[in-house]
Structures are given as structure tokens and as C-alpha cells.
Design a protein around this ligand. Structure first.
Ligand SMILES: Cc1cc2nc3c(=O)[nH]c(=O)nc-3n(C[C@H](O)[C@H](O)[C@H](O)COP(=O)(O)OP(=O)(O)OC[C@H]3O[C@@H](n4cnc5c(N)ncnc54)[C@H](O)[C@@H]3O)c2cc1C
Length: 398
């Protein structure tokens, strides 16, 4: 069957994360509602995933997680975007349809924005014996686990500190380790507690790989001050309940291990007959089209793309996902109008990493920011993004 985007079939967007939500917002705005859009996600909400490192706040929220969620029905109320809640279980690229909860949904154009899932690199016991913060439900469980560990450690004389091991020295692991170490668990629990000893394992990758040197130095200092011990250059060999085994034979006993060591494309994407890059990500062309039938785009963490000018891999960040989404949206509109498609160019606005409840570091343009001002800016960016996403306005922040 040959697909024809002009036969009235909608642009179907799979996934309502930073990529999918931004594609929907931009296509609606640019086509002034002329292109019908169906946005599919397994949840009726957009999750503010970049804020899931805030474990202390999630632990204090008492199950009310509205602050980390943007309801999709409210964003696209009375617009050309139809929100469909359901799980995508098959994608037929050549046939021009996807299956959502067992029902076929034909598409004119398609945007695959399904994000990624934790990658355990075949490390025995890692999936079973670690928690994570990659999804809101996982972050909620992890926050509850840390809270419980602290509650059971009431700060009696002679008692050992609880120990938490964070695996992965990228920005997620770093933000999480700093947040756990600097959260005032005593005030959250209303009782004296012994704060946790936090270990951050960077594995074979350098600490905060890809960040500017000065920011890395500032982050190291902040973690040291927060009491986080960084263990570099050792991979995890296997994980047992409450024990993390390292490749040099060291065994770290712990109350909780949290896996922030990496991500890969979801199984559904890995199984597609398209070119794949690292972790099964889709290797897209310069216009963000998937090689194969025209009109199929992929955006966000699900793709692998090298900037054609620098040859550098575009990072898997919300910032990149949203800027890719703007190009993909312009290309969907151009394709339907019979105009040529434009290539994607990655430009980083800045980079910020939270380093505990009152600290952050980063670079914006030529400026290195640090401490309270950096943390303030990070909060402003996060809140501004949440506000614009909730109003259905494209955001250039994060
Ligand atoms: C703790 C943490 C902090 C971060 N901080 C930053 C930061 O400060 N700045 C930054 O730029 N980036 C940050 N990131 C990275 C950023 O969150 C990701 O790059 C971003 O979420 C990618 O957007 P996406 O739309 O590609 O994927 P996602 O946001 O993961 O969205 C994917 C969507 O697809 C849906 N989905 C998946 N499979 C299916 C299916 N089969 N059926 C239906 N729906 C499905 C999911 O429900 C989800 O809504 C952080 C990440 C984490 C975990």
C-alpha cells in the first residue's frame, strides 16, 4: 500500500514528551490548525521529566504529583490536535499505520517521539536490584525508598549512616546524588535522622562527559562539599540486593542503588527495519526524516544524529528534543505544501546542572554560572517551560 499524506490522514505523533508535545504545538501553530494532528501517549499527561531529580520534593509531595505533570487534554482543548491515550504496540512504516492498544490508526505523516528506556548493558542483577528516576512512577518509588531509609535511621548515637549508591556520572546521576545528599530529610520527616552517605559511580565514562571543564570542576567541588564520594573509572560488574560489585572486586554494601547509567531506544523502536545507531536509536537523515518511505520523522531521545558541521553527536536532552521538534514541524508543513525540507542544525543555548537543593553550575553563552544564581536560573527555566507547555505555547527554554 502506498501512503498519501494529502488524503486527509492526520499527522500522527507517537509520544507526548518534550519532542512530541513540541511537534504538536509547532504544527498546530504553523499550519493554523489546517493539519489534523493525533498525539498518542500511554499517559494523558506530559511529564516534566527534567525535574525528576527533585527527590526531596517528590518525597514531600505525599502522592500529589501535579507539579510534575501537564494534562494534555487541557493543553490541546478545542484545537486541531486530538489527544489519544493509549500504548503504541506496533508501527507499520510501509503500510502507513500504527497500532494503539490493538486498534489500527492510519497516518498521513508520522513523528516517532517515543523517548528511551533505561539500559542495563547486560549487567547481571542491575534491572532487578536498582531503582531509577527515568519515569515519574520510578522517581516516586525511589523517593519513597530514600524517605523510608531515612525514617528508619533516626540518628541514634553510634548508628551508621545509611548508604546510597548512584550509578552513572552524567547529569542525571550527578543531580540525583547531590539532591539526595543535600535534602533536609530531618525536616521532611519531622525527626532527627542520620543523613545518607552518597556514592557516585561514574563507570568508564568521564564525570559529566560533554560539560565544559570549568563546570565539571565546580560540580566536583560542590559534590565534595555535599559529602558525595565520586568513584571514577570502575564499572559495575553485577548487582545483588543491597550489594554493588565493581570490576576491581570492590563490593559496596548499600541501602539503595539507583541506576542512572544510560538509556536505549524502546524495544518497539529497536525492532523497526530502519538504520539504527547506539542503543538502537533511529539514525535519521539531516532533515530528521527516517530513511525509507517519505513523511516519517523521528525526534528527541529516540534518534541518533551527528551535527553535519561539527560531526558531534546531538545530545539526548530536552533542549535538543525541542529544537529538533521545531525543524520536524516545519518540515511536516513544508512537505504537505510541496516545498523542500530543511536540514536540522543544533545550537546549544546553555547548559545547567543542579548540584543540590541550593546549588547549580552551568554555562550560558560565554558566562559560567555557579551557586545560588545558577540554581535560581535553573528553577526559572524549569518553571517557564512548565508554564508555556501548559498553555500549548512552543518553548525555547531548557
Ligand atoms: C532526571 C532527569 C533530568 C534531566 N534534566 C535535563 C535538563 O536539565 N535539561 C535537558 O535538556 N534535558 C534533561 N534531561 C533529559 C530529558 O528529560 C530528555 O532528553 C527528554 O525527556 C527527551 O524528550 P523525548 O520527548 O524524546 O522523550 P520523553 O520525554 O521520554 O517522552 C517520550 C514519551 O513517549 C511516551 N511513550 C513511550 N513509549 C510509548 C508507547 N509504547 N506508547 C505510548 N506512549 C509511549 C512516554 O509516555 C513519554 O511521554 C533530564 C532527564 C532526566 C531523567
Amino acid at each position: 500500500m502506498v501512503r498519501d499524506a494529502r488524503a486527509g490522514a492526520p499527522l500522527v505523533i507517537l509520544g507526548a514528551g518534550y519532542a512530541g508535545l513540541s511537534v504538536a504545538e509547532e504544527v498546530r501553530r504553523r499550519s493554523r490548525g489546517a493539519i489534523p494532528v493525533t498525539l498518542v501517549d500511554r499517559h494523558p499527561v506530559h511529564v516534566l521529566r527534567t525535574e525528576l531529580y527533585q527527590l526531596g520534593e517528590i518525597a514531600s509531595a505525599g502522592g500529589d504529583l501535579a507539579r510534575w505533570l501537564v494534562p494534555l487534554a487541557k493543553v490541546f482543548d478545542r484545537s486541531s490536535v486530538t489527544v489519544r491515550e493509549g500504548t503504541v504496540d506496533a508501527i507499520d512504516l510501509a503500510g502507513g499505520s500504527v497500532r494503539v492498544d490493538g486498534t489500527s490508526l492510519p497516518f498521513g505523516d508520522l513523528a516517532i517521539c517515543l523517548g528511551n528506556v533505561a539500559s542495563y548493558y547486560g549487567v547481571p542483577g542491575a534491572a532487578e536490584n536498582t531503582s531509577s528516576v527515568y519515569r515519574l512512577s520510578a522517581a516516586q518509588r525511589t523517593a519513597a525508598a530514600v524517605r523510608e531509609i531515612e525514617r528508619a535511621s533516626p540518628g541514634l548515637p553510634g548508628e551508621q549512616r545509611p548508604r546510597i549508591v548512584v550509578v552513572g556520572g552524567g547529569s542525571t546521576g550527578t543531580e540525583l546524588a547531590a539532591e539526595i545528599a543535600t535534602t533536609d530529610w530531618a525536616s521532611i520527616l519531622g525527626q532527627p535522622v542520620r543523613p545518607p552517605d552518597v556514592f557516585l559511580l561514574t563507570g568508564s565514562l568521564p564525570f559529566l562527559a560533554g560539560f565544559p571543564e570549568r563546570v565539571i570542576d565546580l560540580a566536583r567541588q560542590a559534590l565534595r562539599r555535599a559529602g558525595v564520594t565520586i568513584i571514577p573509572a570502575l564499572n559495575v560488574e553485577r548487582v545483588e540486593p543491597h550489594r554493588v560489585h565493581l570490576t576491581d572486586g570492590t563490593v559496596l554494601a548499600c541501602d539503595l542503588a539507583i541506576w542512572c547509567a544510560g538509556l536505549e531506544a524502546p524495544g518497539l523502536v529497536r525492532g523497526l527495519a530502519v538504520p539504527h545507531g547506539r542503543g538502537g536509536r533511529i539514525s535519521v537523515g539531516p532533515t530528521l526524516e527516517v530513511p525509507g518511505p517519505p513523511g516519517i520523522f523521528a525526534v528527541g531521545d529516540v534518534i541518533e544524529l551527528r551535527d553535519p558541521e561539527t560531526g558531534v553527536l546531538v545530545p539526548s536532552t530536552a533542549q535538543a528534543a525541542m529544537s529538533e521538534a521545531r525543524t520536524a514541524a516545519r518540515n511536516v508543513v513544508a512537505r504537505r505544501a510541496g516545498r523542500p525540507l530543511e536540514p536540522y542544525r543544533y545550537r546549544e543555548h546553555g547548559i545547567l546542572v543542579a548540584l543540590g537543593v541550593r546549588r547549580a553550575a552551568g554555562r550560558v553563552g560565554p558566562l559560567t554560572l555557579w551557586g545560588n544564581p545558577a540554581r535560581f536560573l535553573k528553577r526559572v527555566v524549569e518553571r517557564e517551560y512548565a508554564r508555556s507547555a501548559g498553555r500549548g505555547e512552543p518553548s525555547r527554554l531548557l
